[in-house]
Design a protein around this ligand. Sequence first.
Ligand SMILES: Cc1cc2nc3c(=O)[nH]c(=O)nc-3n(C[C@H](O)[C@H](O)[C@H](O)COP(=O)(O)OP(=O)(O)OC[C@H]3O[C@@H](n4cnc5c(N)ncnc54)[C@H](O)[C@@H]3O)c2cc1C
Length: 480
Amino acid sequence: MADDAVNAPLTVAVIGSGPAGFYTAGALLEQSGVPVRVDLYERLATPWGLVRAGVAPDHPKIKAVSSVYAATAADERFRFFGNVEVGRHVSRAELVERYDAVVYTVGAQGERRLGIPGEDLPGSVPAVDVVGWYNGHPDFADRAPDLSGRRAVVIGAGNVALDVARILCSPVERLAATDIADHALDALRTSAIEQVVVVGRRGPAQAAFTTAELRELPEFTGAAVEVDSAEVAEQPGEEKLSRLIRRNLAVLRDYAAALPSQPSHASQPSRTSQPSLAAGTRHLALRFLRSPVEIRGEDRVAEVVFARNRLEVDAEGWVSAVDTGEREVIAADLVVRAVGYKGLPLVGLPFDERRGIIPNDAGRVAGADREYVAGWIKRGPTGIIGTNRKCAVETVATLLADVAAGRLGRHPGAGGVDPVGENESWLRERQPDLVTEAGWRLIDAAERASGEPVGRPRVKLTTLDALVDTALTRTRTLTG
Ligand SMILES: Cc1cc2nc3c(=O)[nH]c(=O)nc-3n(C[C@H](O)[C@H](O)[C@H](O)COP(=O)(O)OP(=O)(O)OC[C@H]3O[C@@H](n4cnc5c(N)ncnc54)[C@H](O)[C@@H]3O)c2cc1C
């Protein structure tokens, strides 16, 4: 038994099939030092994490990274187990018992809160919900934002805020050529939103936009982008700013310069800022140096009170926003809070509440044996898709170093693990509606086939029932 265990391939369960999960699987399968088998568990019936359910539908080139994941999935040493939630259908302890190593790549499934009065008024929604809704994530299919008012205020100064603003402003014909969820397309067709105001706490040099996302706004939305030239004028320490930030500033200054006149609040800074709202047109305003302090309304959102900030630079060069005491009120029919995603704890594993991560040392979970992390749950919700590749490679290096050092203590139960096979059917017992790689391929083919005649990359199935029926019914038909 001991010899068999040593000679058998290393078995690794990876939990979560987003970029971090696939890059972890890929790095394990690509190395040649240790024979390995990888089982990838995913709570949804579909793989790819936020590449399917986060990246905006009008960014198809970014979603094309999924072809890399499909190549990993085609490896015969790899298996996909979809529709299985770790912590619900199977426990962490069961995985640790059955596999040589477990890598958690579960991402950041929660939202950061503003912590201000009125945050939960109807009409104030987290970006997590809006993004999940327009991307057809089954958990968010019923979270349609109320689009019956004229102005939406998006709080946050990162790409997620820009994604949401852009989708709310874009002509529906443009979105109709994407894989946006049909329910979102229908709602956006009748949307009354005419203006979206994106508001950031600090200055334009501290915003986390990428230049491409800023630059595409007028082309994608067909709308003017309103920026107050005073807010994007010379920034503290500008000569030392990165090239990315300087490029962003140049784009913002171009927007400000293209405006025929300055925004209405410039002449009346003390109380209300109503970015100019011409009837019948749809447009976008970017505002800086404002922190929301209260969301107000009788029975639903009516306005947001902002503190006007100034910037203060400390000895280390950190730039913080300091409340000037001045207040400004912006009328709002919809408020989208895009101030960040946040990792959630996994039962039995240590958790850093403040950062929303599982504490780890180069990917090895603090205080645990044979358990690792990669991606957003390892380092927090920052960085682009490619950042997760480097992150996963580091974790796999740690894991392989532990194998080499004999720290994994290969155990008799592992090595030949087959959770769906005749001897180990525990997984199918726990989740009879298991979606395997074959089932996912049927979903994928069905979605693409529905999209093809109407010139769309795919028409997403957006309910768990539809996804599982497609995966299982046809799997059964094909396999007789
Ligand atoms: C709205 C939005 C837009 C973005 N746009 C871009 C972009 O345009 N370009 C870019 O480079 N980056 C973009 N990003 C960032 C990119 O999506 C992330 O860097 C990346 O997805 C993080 O990878 P991850 O694998 O850690 O997490 P995720 O992609 O979130 O994957 C985690 C997976 O784990 C699964 N899971 C969670 N819990 C469990 C459980 N208990 N059991 C089983 N499975 C579980 C989830 O369902 C999910 O599939 C965007 C992010 C967001 C939020």
